[in-house]
Design a protein around this ligand. Structure first.
Ligand SMILES: C[S@@+](CC[C@H](N)C(=O)[O-])C[C@H]1O[C@@H](n2cnc3c(N)ncnc32)[C@H](O)[C@@H]1O
Length: 276
C-alpha cells in the first residue's frame, strides 16, 4: 500500500483548519451569515508576516487588477482571497491536501469570492494549468514540503507568460542543521531537504528565470515565529475543546526547535523574485 504524502498527513491534522476558523467565527459572531473577505483575514493566513507579507509578494509579482495569478501550495486559500480582494486579480490556487482544497472552497463561498478564486487539487511538481497561461506565480512557506524544488520552479516557468513574475517566500538554510535537528523538523512539520539562498538562485536560473531580487527575512521572522508559537499553543487548547484537528506533540516540539534555529541564524526566511 502506498504511504500518504507526509505533507498531506501533516496538514490533515494541522490546528489551523476551515472547521476551526468557522467554529471560532460562529462563537465570536453567533452566525456565519453576511461575512465578507476581510472577516477571514485574521484567521486564514498560514504563513509568517500576515497581510503585510501578501502585500510585499503581490508587489514583487507585479499584481494588478484583471491579471491572473497562480498560488502554489494555496492552503485554505487565505492569500488567494486576499490577492483577489486587495489587488483585483483572479487566482487559481494549486493545493495537494484534499482537506485544504475542500476547506478553501467552503471559506471562499462563505465570503462570495467564487468568481475570482478557485483552489484546485494538484501537486506543484505537476501543475494542472496550461503553458503560458498566467501573469504571476506566488507561494508562501510551502516549497519546504516539496520533495523536488526544481520541478516546482520548472512548472512555474512553464505556466508563466513571457515577462511574468514568480515571487515566493520560503525557509532557507544559512548553515547546515544537524541530522537530529533535520529529523525533528521532518517528523513534526514534513520538512524536506531545504535550499540555501545561493542554491535557490542557481535553481531559478537553471529553470530559465532571471533573478530580480532576494530579500533576507531572517531577522524579521525571529520575533514573528515566537509570537506564532504562542498562538499555536493557545490554539491547541481551543481546538481540543472544539474537537477540530489540533496537531500532535511532534508538531509542537518541532516548532520550538524552529524558533531556536531561526533565532540562532541556522535557518531563516527569504523572499525570491524572478522573471521569465
Ligand atoms: C504552510 S501552508 C501555506 C498555505 C498558504 N500558502 C498560506 O500562506 O496560507 C503549506 C501548504 O502547502 C501544501 N503543499 C505541500 N506540498 C505540496 C505540493 N507538492 N503541491 C501542492 N501543495 C502542497 C500543503 O498541503 C499546505 O496546505
Amino acid at each position: 500500500m502506498t504511504q500518504p504524502s507526509p505533507a498531506i498527513a501533516f496538514y490533515e491534522r494541522h490546528p489551523i483548519s476551515a472547521a476551526q476558523i468557522m467554529a471560532r467565527l460562529q462563537a465570536q459572531r453567533g452566525s456565519l451569515d453576511g461575512l465578507s473577505p476581510p472577516d477571514l483575514f485574521d484567521h486564514d493566513q498560514d504563513h509568517y508576516g500576515a497581510l503585510a507579507a501578501n502585500d510585499a509578494l503581490g508587489a514583487a509579482a507585479n499584481m494588478a487588477a484583471g491579471k491572473t495569478v497562480a498560488d502554489f501550495c494555496a492552503g485554505l486559500g487565505g492569500p488567494a482571497r486576499y490577492y483577489a480582494h486587495a489587488f483585483g486579480v483572479s487566482v487559481t490556487g494549486v493545493e495537494l491536501t484534499p482537506a485544504r482544497v475542500d476547506g478553501a472552497a467552503a471559506l471562499t463561498k462563505l465570503v462570495g469570492l467564487e468568481d475570482r478564486v478557485r483552489v484546485v487539487e494538484g501537486n506543484v511538481m505537476d501543475v494542472p494549468l496550461d503553458d503560458e497561461s498566467t501573469d504571476a506565480v506566488v507561494s508562501q512557506e510551502a516549497f519546504l514540503h516539496v520533495p523536488e524544488t526544481a520541478r516546482a520552479l520548472g512548472e512555474a516557468y512553464r505556466i508563466l507568460k513571457k515577462g511574468g513574475r514568480l515571487a515566493f517566500t520560503d525557509w532557507v538554510l544559512h548553515e547546515p542543521m544537524t541530522d537530529a535537528e533535520a529529523a525533528v523538523m521532518k517528523r513534526g512539520q514534513a520538512v524536506q531537504d531545504l535550499q540555501s539562498p545561493d542554491s535557490y538562485q542557481t535553481l531559478l536560473r537553471e529553470a530559465g528565470f532571471t533573478v530580480v531580487a532576494v530579500d533576507d527575512l531572517t531577522a524579521e521572522w525571529g520575533p514573528i515565529l515566537e509570537k506564532r508559537f504562542a498562538m499555536y499553543r493557545a490554539l491547541r487548547e481551543e481546538t481540543e475543546k472544539a474537537g477540530t484537528p489540533s496537531g500532535d506533540d511532534a508538531f509542537y516540539e518541532s516548532y520550538a526547535l524552529l524558533v531556536a534555529l531561526v533565532t540562532r541564524g541556522t535557518l531563516g526566511g527569504a523572499r525570491f523574485t524572478a522573471e521569465k
